[in-house]
Design a protein around this ligand. Sequence first.
Ligand SMILES: [Zn+2]
Ligand SMILES: [Zn+2]
Length: 80
Amino acid sequence: MPCNWLLVGDTKLCKNPAKGQYCATHAFKIRKGIIIPQPCKGCGRGTKSSLQLCVPCGQGRERAYKYYKQKNNQLNLSFT
Ligand SMILES: [Zn+2]
Ligand SMILES: [Zn+2]
């Protein structure tokens, strides 16, 4: 069974053989508490961004999103 770890910046999974879900290297990393890459919402490449957007897809958008959220919070505050 191949490892389920999605490679960062790639759409491919890790090719190492795994006994469980992940290969020894990645199982070890997970135990260490490293962030498991998730597929980017834009292009499907692995990313560690909390918004699931890789650097090329998310650089501008991620910032815009944060700005939007901040604006929203301000609006909510002015209504209460
Ligand atoms: Zn692996
Ligand atoms: Zn992307």
